[in-house]
Ligand binder design. Structure first.
Ligand SMILES: [Zn+2]
Length: 63
């Protein structure tokens, strides 16, 4: 589990990590996945930060 500074607690807290993903199609019709990782404070459940990871979907690898 990751640690981070919670803006609400103003202290170093354990972070609860939540992942969600969605599929998106770009202008050229290529599919890719957006993996969103959200970090929340384990003490107050306040939002700390999140990041989006763009994951290409390769048709070749889908067997
Ligand atoms: Zn907090």
């Amino acid at each position: 589990m990751a640690n981070g500074i919670c803006p609400k607690c103003k202290a170093l807290r354990e972070m609860v990590e939540t992942r969600s993903e969605r599929k998106v199609k770009d202008g050229k019709g290529h599919m890719y996945k957006i993996l969103t990782v959200t970090y929340r404070c384990a003490s107050c459940n306040g939002f700390v930060n999140s990041r989006d990871i763009r994951v290409p979907i390769k048709k070749e690898s889908m067997k």
